[in-house]
Design a protein around this ligand. Structure first.
Ligand code: MN
Length: 228
């Protein structure tokens, strides 16, 4: 019997090939981690320190669930990303020890209210309402690194209604996965259950109700969903 006033929901992601679920602690996202996307958003992709924002753990949706077009926006963008899930964590993790904390990988969408984000940027306001809305993080099941290893290159792409919109390669990340984990661990204590959206290549753009989105990271997974 629990001592909670009500039963807390535990956000989780399925694990490919397992009956178990991966419980989510936090959702971290890296901004502008591919030079071509940084340029399309009007920034110089010099190797400035990485910057981060968060989504809520219960923003994750999985299993091919429909993506409900959010309220309070008329310009929702897709950002296809490789997602890294941690099985352990710590603080001040050295780059050369970072990968031992990785459980596995998924393909995710960092859905963004671009109109609200543009206003926030212009006013110096935080990005929460642009990035952390309900259902803002569609994601595939996690694929354990014990099955696929640690992808360092491979195509990442997104199609809408069969038309290619985003294309890139994991090898074009400005900050590698171990570097990202090391950086984050100096800002937060990382824990088992943390997932990190590692940034998107160029070609971001709007989605509409009825669109069918199909994204893939080569060697990891395919994500399919409909915007409703
Ligand atoms: Mn993103």
């Amino acid at each position: 019997m629990s001592n909670y006033l009500f039963t807390p929901a535990v956000p989780s992601l399925p694990i490919e090939g397992s009956q178990q679920q991966f419980p989510i602690h936090r959702v971290y996202c890296v901004g502008r981690n591919y030079a071509d996307h940084a340029r399309e958003m009007g920034h110089d992709p010099d190797r400035e320190p990485p910057f981060f924002f968060n989504k809520h753990p219960d923003s994750l949706i999985s299993g091919g669930q429909d993506f409900p077009y959010p309220t309070a926006t008329s310009d929702v963008h897709h950002e296809i990303e490789l997602v890294v899930a941690l099985k352990s964590g710590g603080t001040n993790i050295p780059v050369d020890e970072a990968m031992q904390h990785v459980f596995g990988y998924a393909v995710g969408l960092d859905m963004t209210r671009r109109d609200i984000q543009a206003i926030a940027k212009s006013k110096g306001h935080p990005w929460s309402t642009a990035k952390a809305f309900d259902h803002a993080a569609p994601c595939t099941a996690l694929v354990p690194a014990s099955k696929i290893g640690h992808p360092q290159k491979g195509q990442i792409h997104l199609d809408i209604n069969g038309v290619r919109k985003q294309t890139g390669d994991l090898s074009s990340m400005i900050w590698s996965i171990p570097e990202t984990i090391a950086h984050l661990s100096r800002l937060f204590e990382l824990k088992a259950g943390d997932v990190i959206f590692t940034g998107t290549p160029s070609g971001v753009g709007p989605v509409s109700r009825g669109d069918f989105l199909e994204g893939e990271v080569e060697g990891v997974a395919k994500l399919k969903l409909r915007v409703v």
